[in-house]
Ligand binder design. Structure first.
Ligand SMILES: *Cc1c(COP(=O)(O)O)cnc(C)c1O
Length: 464
């Protein structure tokens, strides 16, 4: 079988600036709102985040310099390779050329260290001593643990109880990098103690873990502990844009003019944004590109959820964010792509959907696993269950190009490897996995809970 072609960049080709889509959106982003419906000002976020990151969060500057010390740490695993999937193309018999950007080469095995390193560094600059965060299956917790070890910060991770018990290896990775990982709900916070008193056997949830991590940051009155989030926020999307900026140079090096299709899986949206936003810039300036974020059909935030204000977490520790959402009380079925089971999606991505710049798609998990197995058997890499959604869409697009007889250039983001996720593959092979569609009545019931929140249209027309 033909080998895939790997396109590398030289060290001098590292991006030196991040790209901020907020500078180029046709209509500006709407602000986060407090519980009373008034905009949250930057200093209201100061107990949670350091001011240097808050400035990035609200910035509308197009380019933001990447400090040299951050670039030095990133250079230990970047630029990541871009591969041409020759074997997959041959297997599918498609005239399309399929490329994938391989973010699985980072120490934690995904794109997440790209923002973890930046966030840890800015916190260190601001005099912070410790970062607190939450993690579901452990991908974000392990990325932040790695980053904190690199810059010399303590790291406190609240890991959802059920994953803590069922997926011990990510927890041991965090420990190896020196982080303190606790099962959530824990007895270390008021939130955790309250939940445990009412539900001693609870499996925990991401919402509870977020509340515990935020409480830990806000509760440190010396200001030496801050909170860190791995997706959704504007500055996280921006830190990931090095993925797309590198990809542009690599495509050029491969002799490709411009891609026709750009694909990424989307949970909170950061790896998709990282690859796609530099191409969204081209699209805003007239390029004809299909840009596709892919979500699970069982958690169809972008394709079925309305664009509304909603809470970022279950308990209401976060402001209201303008985003496509299934409602913060939505409980997704236990599908194996844990990183894609979030009720909302980044405000920047939501706004790009509203503007018609990107076209979301939902795919069922059996089709995704089938694509992942095909990918492993042709290209060799065992991808994360999250990433399988991007691979499945790339296969769909390659087969469509075959039908149309078109030589399209398709690029997808390989957000991470699946070597810590073999339970999902095991379930797939044993026939234990099922597709879940979200029933309409369940969708409507969860949206009922947010029906009283401000609507983005009202805010824009000054009616809120
Ligand atoms: C966390 C994760 C995702 C989903 O998060 P985004 O912010 O949407 O990128 C996707 N793929 C992998 C491998 C992950 O670890």
């Amino acid at each position: 079988m033909a080998k895939s072609i790997r396109i590398q960049l030289e060290p001098q080709d590292h991006p030196k600036q991040w790209y901020n889509l907020n500078a180029d959106l046709p209509s500006p982003l709407l602000p986060p709102l407090g519980p009373d419906g008034s905009p949250v000002s930057p200093d209201m976020l100061a107990p949670i985040f350091p001011m240097n990151l808050i400035e990035q969060e609200v910035s509308d500057k197009r380019w933001i310099d990447i400090p040299e010390e951050i670039r030095d740490i990133l250079a230990t695993y970047r630029p990541s390779p871009l591969h041409r999937a020759v074997a997959l193309e041959e297997y599918l018999g498609t005239p399309a050329r399929i490329y994938y950007k391989n973010e699985s080469v980072s120490p934690a095995g995904s794109h997440k260290p790209n923002t973890a390193v930046a966030q840890a560094w800015y916190n260190k600059q601001a005099g912070v001593k410790r970062l607190a965060t939450e993690t579901g299956a452990g991908q974000w917790g392990s990325a932040l643990a790695f980053a904190c070890a690199q810059v010399g910060l303590e790291c406190k991770v609240f890991m959802v109880r059920i994953s803590y018990d069922q997926k011990p290896f990510r927890k041991i990775m965090m420990q190896t990098w020196g982080a303190d990982c606790t099962a959530s709900p824990s007895t270390e916070t008021q939130t955790g103690r309250d939940v445990l008193e009412r539900f001693p056997d609870t499996p925990g949830s991401l919402g509870i873990a977020i509340s515990e991590a935020v409480e830990t940051a806000v509760g440190d009155l010396t200001g030496s502990t801050k909170y860190s989030l791995g997706s959704v926020l504007n500055h996280v999307m921006m830190h990931q844009t090095i993925i797309g900026l590198e990809t542009k140079k690599q495509l050029e090096k491969a002799g490709e003019g411009k891609p026709d299709v750009i694909i990424g899986c989307a949970g909170g949206g950061s790896n998709f944004a990282g690859l796609a936003f530099p191409f969204v810039y081209d699209k805003i300036h007239g390029a004809d590109i299909d840009i596709i974020p892919v979500e699970p059909a069982s958690c169809p935030t972008m394709t079925k959820g309305p664009f509304s204000y909603d809470l970022g977490d279950f308990t209401g520790m976060t402001p209201l964010l303008p985003m496509h959402t299934l409602g913060h009380t939505f409980m997704p079925p236990p599908i194996h792509a844990g990183g894609l089971r979030y009720h909302g999606i980044a405000p920047l991505i939501s706004q790009a959907i509203v503007e018609g710049l990107i076209s979301p798609r939902a795919i069922h998990q059996l089709e995704c696993y089938s694509a992942a197995v095909t990918f492993a058997r042709t290209e060799g890499i065992i991808i994360a269950p999250e990433t399988s959604h991007a691979a499945a869409a790339a296969v769909q697009e390659a087969l469509k190009a075959k039908e149309e007889g078109k030589e399209k250039v398709i690029v997808f983001n390989l957000s991470g490897h699946g070597l810590m996720d073999m339970k999902g593959y095991e379930a797939y092979f044993s026939g234990a996995l099922e597709d879940h569609a979200l029933p309409q009545d369940e969708l409507e019931a969860n949206l009922e809970a947010i029906s009283g929140y401000p609507k983005p249209e009202q805010r824009r027309s000054g009616r809120w």
